[in-house]
Design a protein around this ligand. Structure first.
Ligand code: WT7
Length: 658
């Protein structure tokens, strides 16, 4: 049985159902009627959602789909994302509401900012960036720890119309340099470092290295704006480096913002595709903000006056963009942002934060839930988490056991769990239960949200009957859809829109199943993309990193099932002849190399040095067979291999410990 078939047959045995709590259902932001209303007139539905925001000039047309797949939403409208997240609320008398409770990793290192304070800081940063020469349309990279200044930096960029590209702080200088070059970044915003696992962890040296690499590739970073967070020593280039405090701290809090065209670029977020080169996913302002804000209010049933909302994602990922910054702030929510790891200084850290801040909506990833499950119920049981009323999950399929544990141990059986399916590309949640409407099934993302068209289809594009699996597609354009891949319209069309060109559907790259009731179960990627702890990694990108090591001749990478991280990186490596057996520490040496090239999240769990790789006659690596080896299964059908004895060689090589 392949792992997909296995999943499918396990799922069909799952028959637990959880009805929405009565009280929540009675007062839900979005009711069942929304599905019908949206189906009757999709554009009118989204127009109504858009009216929740402030537009300086109203749109003339909701959707222009005359040149698919290049969409324009709210055509002719003008809007400013930062104004919508801040000024609007202050003008509505909400200036004293806490926008974000920031919790540093060192205990007692905390700060809560109100909407009025955040607005002032964003205006200062906007003025400072302008002073540094950043103009509307210029790109700014943000490479930061999880601190308030990161949010300020993003909103300041949005305010002046300079698209930001946030690069996850755990990525290497190489990864940063690649993104800076691809995006043509003018200014980088960073910090000396951040706190992780009880110690300061440096960031600025990686920016210095990246800047040198950018130069080698003919680019140039003009300025680097540095927040002082840890006080570590940093190298300083007087022509380029400027302290945040000296510039932003000194700037005026007055800033009259411009309202931009609805389709003005808001940000680029890089994500792994099935080739080695990361894709710069472009989101624009109006449609994106409508999608993020509306779904945040809808899916979490947000009551901004009373809820305390915590999304644990790092701002370096799209979840941090849509559900930590743009969605919640546009909705005038009170949010939480935590700098460190879940187990520092002790394993109950997250639950202590929930207790202390009375968090009522909590959004995290299955990989975190599974690691808490492993540590045991005693730890969360020490805390009073009765404030919780909605729990969310995102990033990978949540296994029914983790779902039930989450609902039972963290939610005390009174909180709905919303399993939300979406992608960097979709910008906002597409498939999810509604907490006041849907009877949840553990492991199922359930239904497309009102206004979203999704289906599971065959290779030929036929909708599969209930009880069957196929490819997940989105059948209608939606406001927060990606507009293109930065600088590469052709790749945008090829990657997402060519498989179902005739039908005009968006191909998500995921396999999914419709159960007997027609509810959706997302099964995972169908391309060469892995999902490690809810983070997307490309097999080819890691293969290229391995091959760049002088001792490596060839490499193949697969994602193997992993109890903790969902999937784990497993690499098969052929060494060059002159490298001999590579030396005693070869495996560690290669693991380190990948860490350095891409970042810690890409570090292989396992590296196997092998004499050959299984290939088809046309030279394509058969990853399916390598997955069998990595998951300790009997190796499957080898008849399409060019040389069917290769698998024996691999197994022999492994058992001899080579
Ligand atoms: C891929 C997108 C969008 C948030 C974080 C990841 C997988 C995401 C779910 C879910 C099953 C999920 C898919 C998707 N995925 N959420 N609820 N159930 N799978 O964003 O890095 O763009 O990855 O994550 O495979 O295609 P991303």
């Amino acid at each position: 049985m392949t792992s997909t078939e296995e999943t499918l047959s396990n799922l069909s045995k799952e028959d637990r159902r959880f009805e929405p709590p009565e009280e929540l259902a009675a007062d839900a932001n979005v009711r069942a009627e929304a599905y019908d209303r949206a189906a009757q007139d999709r554009e009118a539905f989204w127009a109504e959602a858009a009216e929740r925001l402030h537009w300086d000039r109203t749109w003339d047309q909701v959707l222009d789909w005359s040149n698919p797949p290049f969409a324009k939403w709210f055509v002719g409208g003008t809007i400013n994302a930062a104004y919508n997240c801040l000024d609007r609320h202050v003008e509505n008398g909400l200036g004293d509401r806490v926008a974000l409770h920031w919790i540093g990793e060192p205990e007692d290192d905390t700060r809560s900012v109100t909407y009025a304070e955040l607005k002032d800081e964003v205006c200062q940063a906007a003025n400072a960036l302008t002073e540094l020469g950043v103009q509307k349309g210029d790109r700014v990279a943000i490479y930061m720890p999880m601190i308030l200044e990161t949010v300020v930096a993003m909103l300041a960029c949005a305010r002046i119309g300079a698209p930001h590209t946030v690069v996850f702080g755990g990525f290497s200088s190489d990864a940063l340099a690649t993104r800076v070059v691809d995006c043509g970044v003018k200014v980088v915003i960073t910090a000396d470092g951040g706190y992780r696992r009880g110690a300061p962890s440096a960031l600025k040296p990686a920016v210095d290295e990246a800047r040198a690499k950018v130069k080698e590739q003919g680019g140039e970073v003009e300025k680097v704006l540095v927040v002082k967070r840890t006080g570590q020593d940093v190298d300083w280039d007087d022509d380029v480096d400027v302290w945040w405090n000296d510039t932003v701290g000194e700037a005026s809090t007055e800033h009259a913002c411009e309202f931009f065209d609805s389709e003005h670029p808001l940000y680029v977020m890089y994500t792994s595709g099935s080739t080695g080169k990361p894709k710069g996913i472009l989101h624009t302002t109006g449609g994106y903000l409508v999608g993020a804000a509306f779904t945040h209010w809808e899916v979490f049933d947000l009551k901004p006056e009373t809820d305390v909302y915590w999304c644990t994602a790092d701002v370096g990922w799209v979840t941090g963009h849509s559900y930590l910054v743009y969605g919640p702030l546009a909705n005038a929510a009170t949010g939480v942002i935590y700098e460190g790891t879940p187990d520092t200084p002790e394993k109950g850290r997250w639950w202590k934060i929930v207790q202390d801040l009375k968090v009522s909506i909590f959004y995290t990833a299955p990989t975190a839930i599974r690691s808490f499950m492993k540590q045991g119920q005693e730890i969360p049981d020490r805390y009073d988490m009765s404030s919780l009323r909605v729990l969310g999950s995102v990033g990978e399929p949540i296994n029914p056991e983790a779902y039930v544990w989450y609902r039972h141990v963290i939610g005390k059986d009174k909180t709905p769990v919303v399993d939300t399916w979406w992608q960097t590309e979709t910008g906002s949640i597409m498939i999810s239960p509604l907490p006041g409407v849907t009877a949840g099934k553990p492991g199922s993302a359930m239904n497309p949200l009102p206004g979203i068209g999704a289906d599971v289809v065959t290779e030929e594009g036929e909708s599969v009957p209930n009880g069957s699996g196929g490819y997940l597609v989105l059948t209608e354009p939606w406001p927060s859809m990606l507009r293109t891949i930065w600088g590469d319209d052709e790749r945008f069309v090829d990657t997402y829109w060519s498989k179902y060109k005739e039908q005009g559907w968006y191909f998500a790259g995921d396999g999914a199943k419709k159960d007997e009731d027609g509810d959706l179960w997302v099964l995972g990627r169908v391309d060469d993309v892995m999902n490690v702890s809810g983070h997307r990694l490309s097999t080819t990108e890691i293969e290229s990193a391995l091959v760049s090591h002088p001792k490596v001749a060839e490499a193949a990478v697969v994602g193997a099932k992993d109890e903790d991280t969902g999937q784990a990186v497993c690499a098969f490596v052929i060494l060059k002849d002159e490298a001999g057996d590579g030396g005693e520490d070869i495996v560690e040496e290669l693991r380190k190399h990948v860490r350095k090239e891409i970042g810690p999240i890409a570090t292989p769990r396992q590296i196997m040095i092998v004499p050959e790789l299984p290939k088809t006659r046309s030279g394509k690596i058969m990853r399916r067979l390598l997955r069998d080896v990595a998951e300790n299964r009997e190796v499957g059908d080898v008849t399409t291999l060019a040389d069917s004895s290769v698998m024996d060689l691999i197994s022999d090589g492994m058992s001899s410990g080579k």
